[in-house]
Design a protein around this ligand. Structure first.
Ligand code: FES
Length: 345
């Protein structure tokens, strides 16, 4: 975690701002991000500290690192950021993380399609602009849904990108509560649009970011159309679906747990029906990485070395990552007698 000075705050809509950080030269390497990654902002509240993940919206190689924050009802940090934060103030920011990314390759000649709704545009903007700016032979289609023009984050930036890359960016805006805008279709983003706007089989990689019903509907439609699951990348900002494996249905067993964290082995006993492995670790060391504690940001990702855990939610992990033994510590409960988890690898 580093204290970064806020260099600029720009209003994007009535309820959203973009925040630029001045990253000192000595930290430039640590804050170099892959497009689509996020940072976690720490903010004092009620005698403690809250942590909130925010996607980076600037492209790779930008001089300044930008994030975007939309105010949510009752949101402590988002309220502060959208109503009070000004240039010159300091925020505590963790280094970029997250696997909703694309490896930019200047020699690539591929076709990407991104589907975003609302503030889901934030990581998608970084992905789209990075690919357009760094891969001269690649083409991008972007479908972006909002309620109306006035709630559309980065509207001007997207039109600017289209003007800069008219042959390589195909931009389709959709408004669910406004029917008279010359720049946009009316209605929600739905699977039928995929067939109307593009040849699905010609797309190499898909990036979906927004509310779960939208990403689920588009993801299922892509599966139905034969798109391989490893070509579909998803990012959720909130997961209010019921847990897949609620802790209370797990066996009433106590496990011996070993956790490797920052080169140190921590040992404790933990009941499967009790708190998560992350919560247990945080009682011993407050350096364990986490942000959302909801299973969506991936900050608490660790490797399961020995034994078995049950996860309540797994949204932040791809199927491949799960098969490779990655776990979300904030969602994990030990279900074998011995469990070893490594945060360091
Ligand atoms: S802290 Fe966000 S997924 Fe665990």
């Amino acid at each position: 975690v580093n204290a970064l000075v806020v260099d600029e705050v720009v209003a994007l809509t009535d309820d959203a701002v973009a925040i630029a950080f001045a990253v000192p030269t000595g930290l430039a390497e640590a804050y170099r991000h892959a497009p689509g990654q996020h940072v976690v902002v720490l903010h004092p509240h009620g005698g403690g500290v809250i942590r909130r993940p925010y996607s980076i919206c600037s492209p790779v190689g930008s001089e300044r690192m930008w994030i975007a924050v939309r105010r949510i009802r009752g949101g402590v940090f988002s309220g502060f950021a959208t109503e009070q934060l000004t240039a010159g103030e300091t925020l505590h920011v963790m280094v970029p993380t997250g696997s909703f990314t694309v490896a930019v390759d200047p020699a690539a000649a591929r076709r990407l399609c991104a589907v975003a709704a609302g503030s889901g545009i934030t990581p998608v903007l970084s992905i789209v602009s990075s690919v357009l700016e760094s891969e001269p032979e690649s083409r991008v289609t972007l479908l972006y849904g909002n309620r109306r023009r006035s709630s559309t984050m980065f509207f001007d930036r997207l039109l600017e990108l289209r003007a800069q890359h008219p042959d390589r960016l195909s931009l389709h805006l959709a408004y669910s509560r406004q029917a008279d805008d010359p720049h946009a279709m009316s209605g929600r983003i739905n699977p039928d649009l995929l067939d109307q706007l593009m040849t699905v089989s010609a797309v190499d990689d898909w990036f979906l970011c927004g509310p779960e019903p939208m990403t689920n509907a588009i993801g299922s439609a892509l599966m139905t159309r034969g798109v391989a699951s490893d070509r579909v990348h998803r990012e959720l900002f909130f997961d209010d679906s019921p847990p897949v494996t609620p802790a209370h249905v797990l066996p009433d067993n106590t496990a011996e747990v070993t956790v490797r964290l920052n080169g140190e082995d921590l040992h404790f006993s933990l009941n499967a029906r009790g708190e998560s492995i992350l919560a247990a670790v945080l009682r011993l060391r407050n350096t364990a990485p986490y942000a959302c504690r909801d299973g969506v940001c991936g900050t608490c990702r660790a490797q399961l070395v020995t034994g078995e855990v049950a996860m309540e939610r797994t949204s932040a992990l791809s199927r491949q990552e799960r098969e490779d033994g990655a776990i979300l510590a904030c969602q994990s409960h030990p279900v074998s007698e011995n469990v070893v988890v490594d945060f360091d690898c």
